[in-house]
Design a protein around this ligand. Structure first.
Ligand code: SF4
Length: 688
C-alpha cells in the first residue's frame, strides 16, 4: 500500500457497478483516492467483489477524462467554452423542434448516474424538448420486469430484501441469473444460504458456477422459460401443492392459468426444454414444499422475444404457492446497473412520469403540468429501442445521450452506427471519448460518481447516499446543472442549488418517495421505497397485506418459440452476458491495471464459449480463432471450448472491442416492453 493509515481520511459511498448497492469507504490521501475498502452496508455486510474493491476509483482519476465541451467543426472536435456549447445545443434542438415538432427529439438517461441527475434529465426532455421520448438502459435489460410485475403485482421491483432472501431460507429458485459473476456479493450470500441448509435450484442453459452448490440444475434450452414454468405449475396443481387459501383471498384469474397449464405435462415440457421430465417434477416439488423459498431471476428471464411474458410467468409461479408478501419469499429481479432501478423510478421512461405515474392515467399529466408550471406533451413516447430505428428512418432528428454508449451495448452494431449517422444533431454527455461520442456533434464532459452528491437506488429498492469524495475535475459542471442550463436556454428556466433540493422536489411529486430526504438518508440503512411520509421507516417486504394493484393477477401465457431460430445456415443459438472482471462497456473497469489481465480467460480478448462436441465436429481447438456470423454481421474471436454451454449453443460477452457480441446479436424485441432478445440469436461458427 502506498499510504499509512494515519495519513488518510475516508468517505463512504455506494459502488458504481452493479445493482447490489455495496457500501464502500474511499480512502483519501492528499485529496486523491488511494484505496477502496468495504463498509458495512445493509446489502454487502462488509463484502466487496473484485470490481468494487479494486476498480471503483481509478477511472475517475484517469487522464482519459474529458475536461472541456467539444463541438465538431469541419469533421473535427474543437474545445469550446461551456456558454458556447450550451447556446449551440439549445439553438440546434430548438431549430429541430420548430421544424419537425417536439417528438423529433429524444433523450437517454444514464443508469450509472444519480437519481437527482436522472430526474432533472427527464424533466429537461419533457419540458424543454416537449416530448416523452426519454428512456434509460433498463430498456435493454429489465424493462420486462417493470412492465410484467407492474401488470401482475402492481409494482415492477424486487419484492423482498437481499438479506431476507439469503438468510434462513429453505430453498432458492434461481432462474437466468449468473449471480456470482453479475452480482457477486449476492452470489456469495446465496452460497452462504446453501451452506446453512437452503436447497438451491438453478435454471440456466449454462453450467454456471453456482451449479456446484445446487441440488438441481435444469439446463434448459435458451428461450424455453415459459414452457418450464407452465410445466412446474402443472405439477404443483396436479399434486395439490397450490396454496388455495392464498389463491382465493389474494389473487384473480386462477381458473385461466389452471386451464392453460393442464396441457403442459412434464413430458411435453421436457421435450420443449430439452431436459429430463423428472427434473421438472423435482424442482416443482422442492420449490412448492419449501416454507421459505425466494424466486430470484435476472436477464436470462427478461432478455427474450417473450421477456415480459417470462417475467409474468415468474409471478404466476410464486402466486400459485402463496410465496409473496412473506419473509424469505417473493419474486426478486436482480437489477443490473448500480442505479438502473433509480433511473426507472425517476421517470426516465416514455410511459411513466417519476414514480411510475403513468402518462395515460387520468390526472397525471395535469399534476406534473401544475408542478412544473408548463404545458406538457400528453402522448406516450418512444422506447430507446424504437428511437434508434426511428433515427435510421429519419423520424428522430435530435438526440441527447447522457452516459450511454449504444454502439457497444445495443444489438446489431452496424445498424446502430447507421441510425446515429442519420441523426441531424447528436449530443453525448460522457466521462470519456466513447465510440458513440465519436459520432456526436457536441460532446460534453460529465462528472463521475466520486465527484457528486446524490443517491443511487439498488436492486432491493434501497435509496442510498452517494457522497463526493474528490473535487470535481476543474472546469466540469455538475451534470444536473448542464441539463438546467440547456432547458433554460431553450426557454424553460430551471435551477437547483443542490442535489438535496432536487430530492425534496422528488419527494413532493412521487408518493413512494414522500418520506425521503438527504437528512433521513444519513441512516446507515438508507430507505427502501415505498416510503410514504417522514414517519415511514420504508418497506423491506412488499405486498404483505395486499398487492400494489389490489389482487395478484394470474396471466395465462402459452409458450412461443423465440422470434429468431437456428437454421441450416445459422445452426447455433448464441446467448450474451457478462463476466466477473468487467462491466458492460468497460468504461470503468478497463482503466484499472490488473483487472484486464484477469479477464477474458487471462487474454483480455473476446471469446466464444462452445461445446466440445461442436468443436470436434468443426475441427476447432480451445484457443483457436473462429469466425462468428449472423444475419446481421460477422466477427472474429477465440474459441473457448468445453462443457459450459450445451451442444449447439454458444455464449459471448460484449465487453471486448476486438469481437463485440453485439455485432451479431439479435435486435428483435418483445412486444410489450420492447427489450431485445440477447439470449436467442442464430449464428454460425467456423474456423478461421
Ligand atoms: Fe460493486 Fe456489485 Fe461488486 Fe458490490 S457486487 S462491489 S455493488 S460490483
Amino acid at each position: 500500500k502506498s499510504y499509512r493509515k494515519w495519513e488518510t481520511t475516508t468517505v463512504q459511498t455506494t459502488c458504481p457497478y452493479c445493482g447490489t448497492g455495496c457500501q464502500i469507504d474511499m480512502v483519501l490521501k492528499d485529496g486523491k483516492i488511494v484505496d477502496a475498502e468495504p463498509a458495512n452496508g445493509p446489502a454487502n455486510k462488509n463484502l466487496l467483489c473484485v470490481k468494487g474493491r479494486f476498480a471503483a476509483f481509478n477511472f475517475a482519476q484517469s487522464k482519459d477524462r474529458l475536461t472541456k465541451p467539444l463541438i465538431k467543426k469541419n469533421g473535427k472536435f474543437e474545445k469550446v467554452s461551456w456558454s458556447e456549447a450550451i447556446d449551440y445545443i439549445a439553438k440546434r434542438f430548438t431549430e429541430l423542434k420548430t421544424k419537425y415538432g417536439p417528438d423529433s427529439l429524444a433523450g437517454f438517461a444514464c443508469s450509472r448516474s444519480t437519481n437527482e441527475d436522472d430526474y432533472v434529465l427527464q424533466k429537461m426532455v419533457r419540458t424543454a424538448f416537449g416530448t416523452n421520448n426519454v428512456d434509460n438502459c433498463a430498456r435493454v435489460c429489465h424493462a420486462p420486469s417493470v412492465h410484467g410485475l407492474g401488470m401482475t403485482l402492481g409494482s415492477g421491483a424486487m419484492t423482498n430484501t437481499i438479506k431476507d432472501i439469503t438468510t434462513d431460507v429453505d430453498a432458492i429458485l434461481l432462474i437466468g441469473s449468473n449471480t456470482t459473476e453479475a452480482h457477486p456479493v449476492i452470489g456469495v450470500q446465496i452460497r452462504s444460504a446453501v451452506q446453512h441448509g437452503a436447497k438451491l435450484i438453478v435454471v440456466d442453459p449454462r453450467n454456471i458456477d453456482l451449479v456446484k452448490n445446487s441440488k438441481l440444475h435444469l439446463q434448459l434450452k435458451a428461450g424455453t422459460n415459459i414452457a418450464l414454468i407452465n410445466g412446474m405449475m402443472h405439477v404443483i396443481i396436479e399434486e395439490g401443492l397450490a396454496d388455495m387459501n392464498f389463491i382465493e383471498q389474494r389473487t384473480e384469474d386462477f381458473d385461466k392459468i389452471k386451464a392453460l397449464v393442464a396441457d403442459y405435462t412434464p413430458e411435453k415440457v421436457a421435450e420443449i426444454c430439452g431436459i429430463d421430465a423428472n427434473l421438472i417434477v423435482e424442482a416443482a416439488e422442492m420449490y412448492a414444499k419449501a416454507k421459505k423459498a425466494p424466486l430470484i431471476y435476472c436477464l436470462g428471464v427478461t432478455e427474450h422475444s417473450y421477456g415480459t411474458e417470462g417475467v409474468m410467468s415468474m409471478s404466476n409461479l410464486a402466486l400459485l404457492v402463496g410465496k409473496l408478501g412473506k419473509p424469505g419469499c417473493g419474486v426478486n429481479p436482480l437489477r443490473g446497473q448500480n442505479n438502473v432501478q433509480g433511473a426507472c423510478d425517476m421517470g426516465c421512461d416514455p410511459f411513466d412520469f417519476p414514480g411510475y405515474q403513468k402518462l395515460n392515467t387520468p390526472g397525471v399529466v395535469e399534476k406534473f403540468e401544475e408542478a412544473w408550471g408548463t404545458k406538457l406533451n400528453p402522448n406516450v413516447g418512444k422506447t430507446s429501442t424504437q428511437v434508434m430505428p426511428a433515427a435510421g428512418e429519419g423520424k428522430i432528428k435530435g438526440l441527447f445521450i447522457f452516459g450511454e454508449d449504444p454502439i457497444v451495448t445495443d444489438p446489431d452494431t452496424n445498424e446502430v452506427r447507421h441510425d446515429l449517422e442519420n441523426l441531424e444533431f447528436l449530443v453525448v454527455h460522457e466521462l470519456f471519448m466513447t465510440e458513440t461520442a465519436e459520432y456526436a456533434d457536441v460532446v460534453l464532459p460529465g462528472l463521475s460518481y466520486l465527484e457528486k452528491d446524490g443517491t443511487f437506488t439498488n436492486t432491493e429498492r434501497r435509496i442510498q447516499r452517494v457522497r463526493a469524495a474528490i473535487k470535481p475535475l476543474s472546469g466540469v459542471k455538475q451534470d444536473y446543472d448542464v441539463f438546467t442550463e440547456i432547458a433554460t436556454a431553450m426557454g424553460y428556466p430551471m435551477h437547483y442549488n443542490s442535489a438535496s433540493e432536487i430530492m425534496d422536489e422528488i419527494a413532493q411529486l412521487v408518493p413512494t418517495f414522500g418520506g425521503v430526504s438527504f437528512d433521513r438518508l444519513e441512516n446507515p440503512n438508507g430507505l427502501q421505497w415505498p416510503c410514504l411520509d417522514v414517519h415511514d421507516p420504508g418497506t423491506p417486504i412488499m405486498h404483505v397485506h395486499e398487492f400494489t394493484r389490489g389482487k395478484g393477477l394470474f396471466m395465462a401465457l402459452p409458450y412461443h418459440p423465440a422470434k429468431e431460430l437456428p437454421d441450416d445456415k445459422y445452426p447455433f443459438v448464441l446467448s450474451t452476458g457478462r463476466e466477473l472482471y468487467h462491466y458492460n462497456t468497460r468504461a470503468y473497469s478497463e482503466r484499472t491495471e490488473g483487472i484486464t489481465e484477469l479477464a477474458g480467460l487471462g487474454r483480455d480478448k473476446s471469446y466464444i464459449e462452445m461445446n466440445q462436441v461442436n468443436a470436434d465436429e468443426l475441427g476447432i481447438k480451445d484457443g483457436d480463432r473462429v469466425r462468428v456470423s449472423s444475419r446481421r454481421g460477422t466477427l472474429e474471436t477465440y474459441a473457448n471450448v468445453g462443457q459450459r454451454v450445451l451442444p449447439d449453443a454458444a455464449f459471448m460477452t460484449f465487453h471486448f472491442p476486438d469481437g463485440n457480441a453485439n455485432i451479431v446479436a439479435n435486435p428483435m424485441t418483445d412486444d410489450i416492453a420492447r427489450c431485445p432478445d440477447y439470449k436467442v440469436c442464430a449464428i454460425n461458427i467456423e474456423p478461421v
